[in-house]
Design a protein around this ligand. Structure first.
Ligand code: BG6
Length: 483
């Protein structure tokens, strides 16, 4: 059902995230009838575009369906779009005046400020929007990741934004929480009875969380040099996945209960500090391979600097959740650019049977595949047909979402944008969560940045540095690759 009319104001509205993700997601929401007729989408950027220019740009660069498909719907969507040039942090306030005129008379609508911009703009944007009188009681603000670059900067941003908006109005987005399989993980765990008795250190040997990407960082060095895999992926996406695997059952599916349980997990992570960093964390940087350049030779507007040499495009960490349920169960996290295949998954590996009577049994594994081909697979031991010796083989019991539900899998941003419009923050990160995540990440980054060593090189198109294999091999384990 269409919700009431809203004004969605996207700062960074002509940028990469907006054009690649937000605009297509909003179009699909519109097509599914989930935007009220009067809902407007107002892009803010420095470029002096008119509404017509912006609509033309979106039509040319961000049309998510081919010409000939839903032409009428696409035209209706384009008419929702507006553009206002705003200079945040500058002395020229005329843009805010133009935005005020566009919003005048619509104060009782839901108003969503979506900040798809670098984190240092979050504070100034909120302050200037407030000074322009645009922050109404029905306003909300969405903060894109990364929220700062360490605990101190995250706290400073949270304070600045918190001076203008209440915590209830602040939506810190982590788009992994909007992915279908990720939400399904909660359903799998908390709407089925059979897993809970074995979901602990008695039965689970370890957990692997992998987010492997084939893309590199062409044209992104300006951002990536100051991020690296730990800040770009682990602090947010991978730790959120870890939380959902490890959290205790919440008592309700409401805005705070799930977040309360997640933050407890983050607070239970065993700190990795000083000399332990070398034992429990591995970093790599891709070099040329597979017909593509290495990180340092990716096209960029400026040549690589000393910082570029130190930045990790791959990270693997052995984490531990120190509580009653999980003590002694390693959670291995890994993520990398320029991996051989795009694959994101959570693998829960069970222990060996207590007493083996058949030779050749391997432990059960539950694989939650986030992308591509979303699904859940439980690897069970089965007997190969035959009258001879008993031969065992792991066979997957599989749930493929595409086959089972035969419907389009919505992009994570569709779900999350609609949640913001409806004022539902369950799948967004609370201040204490973001800060707890930085508190755990900071000492690892500090050790890496303070060390003279560089990340281990790995050729593009290979599975990451040798150190990542050793991280598991030390305890007789291996990374789970394709089935
Ligand atoms: C973003 C990171 O948050 O997530 C990117 O900044 C990364 O570096 C992207 O490529 C991955 O998202 P997805 O949805 O494609 O797995």
């Amino acid at each position: 059902t269409p919700r009431h009319a809203a004004d969605l104001i996207v700062f960074g509205g002509t940028g990469d995230l907006s054009m690649r993700k937000l605009i297509p997601a909003l179009y699909h929401c519109d097509r599914d009838g989930r935007l009220a007729d009067e809902t407007r989408i107002i892009a803010l950027s420095r470029g002096g575009l008119t509404d017509a220019d912006f609509r033309g740009k979106v039509d040319a660069e961000a049309r998510p369906v081919p010409q000939g498909e839903d032409d009428e719907g696409w035209q209706r969507f384009l008419r929702r779009l507006h553009h206002v040039s705003v200079d945040v942090g500058g002395s020229d306030r005329s843009g805010w005046g133009a935005l005020s005129r566009l919003l005048a008379g619509y104060e009782d609508r839901d108003r969503v400020f979506y900040l798809a911009s670098p984190p240092m703009t979050f504070g100034p944007f909120c302050r200037e929007a407030h000074e322009a009188g645009l922050v109404t009681p029905r306003s909300r603000v969405v903060l894109e990741k990364p929220l700062g670059r360490d605990l101190a900067s995250a706290q400073a941003i949270n304070d600045e934004v918190g001076a203008i908006f209440d915590e209830r109005q602040i939506f810190r987005i982590d788009h992994y929480l909007g992915k279908e399989t990720v939400q399904n993980l909660l359903v799998l765990r908390f709407a089925n009875a059979f897993l809970e008795p074995v979901w602990n250190s008695l039965w689970i040997d370890h957990v692997q969380i992998t987010v492997a990407e084939t893309v590199g960082t062409p044209g992104r060095r300006g951002y990536y040099d100051h991020a690296g895999a730990l800040r770009d992926m682990v602090q947010n996406h991978l730790l959120q996945l870890l939380c959902l695997v490890a959290m205790e059952p919440p008592s309700r599916n409401d805005r705070e209960s799930i977040r309360d349980e997640k933050v407890k997990v983050l607070q239970s992570l065993r700190p990795i500090v000083g000399s332990e960093v070398d034992r429990f964390a591995v970093r790599g940087q891709y070099t040329a391979g597979d017909g593509v350049p290495g990180y340092l030779d990716e096209p960029a507007s400026t040549p690589p600097t000393e910082i570029s040499h130190r930045v990790e495009t791959y990270a693997a960490i052995r984490a531990e959740v120190k509580n009653w349920r999980w003590a002694g169960v390693p959670f291995y996290l890994r993520t990398g650019k320029r991996m051989p295949t795009r694959r994101s998954e959570i693998v829960v590996q069970f222990k060996d049977v207590p007493h083996a009577i058949f030779p050749g049994a391997t432990p059960n594994r539950l694989v939650l595949r986030l992308q591509p081909s979303e699904g859940i697979h439980l690897l069970l031991m089965a007997k190969e047909p035959g009258a001879g010796d008993v031969t065992l083989r792991p066979v997957p019991l599989s749930l493929s979402f595409a086959e089972t539900f035969q419907s389009r899998v919505p992009d994570a941003y569709e779900r999350l944008l609609m949640d913001v419009m409806a004022g539902n923050p369950t799948l967004f990160m609370r201040r204490d969560e973001v800060e707890a995540a930085w508190r755990w990440i900071d000492p690892i980054i500090e050790t890496w940045e303070g060390s003279g060593a560089l990340p281990e090189p790995y050729p593009a198109g290979t599975a990451g540095p040798a150190g990542a294999r050793e991280l598991l091999a030390r305890s007789g384990r291996t990374w789970h690759e394709e089935d």
